[in-house]
Design a protein around this ligand. Structure first.
Ligand SMILES: Nc1ncnc2c1ncn2[C@@H]1O[C@H](COP(=O)(O)OP(=O)(O)OP(=O)(O)O)[C@@H](O)[C@H]1O
Length: 410
């Protein structure tokens, strides 16, 4: 810190009134010059002070800007690998697997332990420790204490609903039945079939019915998002479920981690393999009659590594096909329940015209029909709106929406 310059003394001079005029004039002139000099010095100091004030203001602006950037900039997720002496830790950043040695503030150092997940900034300084909730979200786990989907919301797959209830709901709701008969319920249930046919809905509905926490993770996230983290995420997934029993673990796109082994032995494959092994070992160490049920889904059944289908693993396979005509009629009824529909709507007719549509396609159709009504300034949706919506959908994407159904999973 620079010290403020001292203020020059005010010149003071006693002028003897007895002096002759010319000497007094001389003395006054001298005094005047001293005053001018002091004035110049003060003016210079004032300039200096203003300069300094300007510089400080710029500095404050800069710090404020930096602070704003720090506050608004994204943080990265990393895992603490090791805590060293001297307030240093090694963290591994998710996504790129980079290991970094970074300083940690004294405020943080006692709080972090190896294995903790932390948020780091651009310079890898640890900003905060993630709590379980944030952590789960950061890992793209979707946790719903009580999903709202019920069996009544699912149309056209009654047989599948029955099978899922038997394999997942009953062991949770009435475990004593299995004890009495002396059999173990299925370890894991695999739902397979084309996209948008209600697999996720089924898993959510069981969670709803059994008051279980629904924990969803997509297989693609396990392998893509956190390279090198897959097996740890699987461990976390099961731990999360254990903490929240009763729970239903739903692994969507299981094919992403359980693909048939290929010839190539790239490191990516090895990592995916490790993730799958971790999943299998979690399932093997699982109390079959316990409070955690596991459901997986795929629309690439053909690609699955058969190892995951062995007894004690995903040993109950349930195919969820695209809906039949009757199923489509039911799904149409479900998705128009909350809509203001005219009496002229003929669901049977629409069901006949929507061959190849999945449940999700039918949901989009209903929304599109509603859009036609709004466009025509009506608050009621008519059969003609559905016909227009059908025509529009067919025109827009006849190639991908419809023909994708049933293509992959055979
Ligand atoms: N059988 C069905 N009955 C009623 N609605 C359905 C049905 N199937 C799908 N839907 C509608 O489609 C949406 C998507 O369905 P869901 O996510 O369950 O499909 P999925 O089979 O899990 O698809 P994906 O394989 O793409 O994950 C649901 O939110 C629902 O609105």
């Amino acid at each position: 810190m620079s010290r403020s310059p001292s203020i020059p003394d005010r010149p003071h001079r006693d002028i003897d009134s007895e002096l002759p005029d010319d000497e007094r004039l001389e003395a006054l002139r001298g005094h005047y010059e001293e005053l001018v000099d002091v004035n110049d010095k003060l003016a210079a100091q004032l300039d200096d002070a203003e300069d300094r004030r300007e510089r400080l203001r710029e500095k404050v602006d800069r710090v404020e800007r930096e602070n704003e950037t720090l506050k608004s900039s994204s943080l990265y997720i990393a895992t603490v690998e090791d805590v060293l002496d001297d307030e240093q830790v090694i963290v591994k950043q998710h996504g790129n697997n980079q290991e970094v040695l970074t300083d940690v503030s004294s405020r943080m150092v006692d709080r972090v332990e190896p294995g903790d997940r932390v948020a780091v900034n651009d310079s890898f300084a640890i900003q905060s420790l993630l709590n379980a909730e944030t952590d789960a979200r950061a890992q793209s786990m979707e946790i719903t204490e009580k999903p709202t989907v019920t069996y009544a919301d699912i149309g056209g797959i009654d047989e599948q609903v029955r099978e899922v209830r038997e394999a997942v709901e009953q062991p949770l709701a009435e475990p004593e039945l299995f004890d009495e008969v002396g059999i173990d319920p299925p370890s894991g249930v695999l739902l397979y079939g084309p996209p948008g046919t209600g697999k996720t809905m089924l898993a959510k509905a069981v969670a709803n019915e059994t008051d279980a926490t629904f924990i969803k993770m997509a297989g693609s996230e396990l392998v893509r998002k956190f390279i090198g983290e897959g097996s740890r995420l699987v461990r976390d997934l099961f731990e999360m479920a254990r903490e929240r029993e009763p729970a239903i673990i739903f692994i969507d796109e299981i094919d992403a981690i359980a693909t048939r082994r290929t010839e190539s032995k790239t490191s990516g494959d090895a990592e995916v393999q490790r993730t799958m092994m971790q999943l299998l070992s979690e399932m093997d160490g699982f109390e079959a009659r316990g409070e955690i049920r596991i459901i997986a889904a795929t629309n690439r059944f053909d690609m699955l590594d058969r190892a995951i289908l062995r007894p004690g693993r995903f040993d109950r396979l349930i195919e969820v096909p695209e809906p039949s005509e009757e199923g489509r009629e039911q799904i149409l009824a479900i998705h128009t329940r909350g809509m203001n529909v005219a009496d002229d709507i003929d669901f049977a007719d629409l069901a006949a015209d929507t061959g190849g549509y999945s449940g999700a396609d039918i949901e989009s159709l209903a929304t599109e029909a509603g859009m036609f009504a709004i466009r025509n300034d009506r608050d009621q949706v008519t059969h003609a709106d559905f016909a227009d919506a059908l025509e529009k959908i067919e025109k827009d994407d006849s190639s991908d929406v419809i023909s994708s159904a049933g293509y992959f999973y055979q």
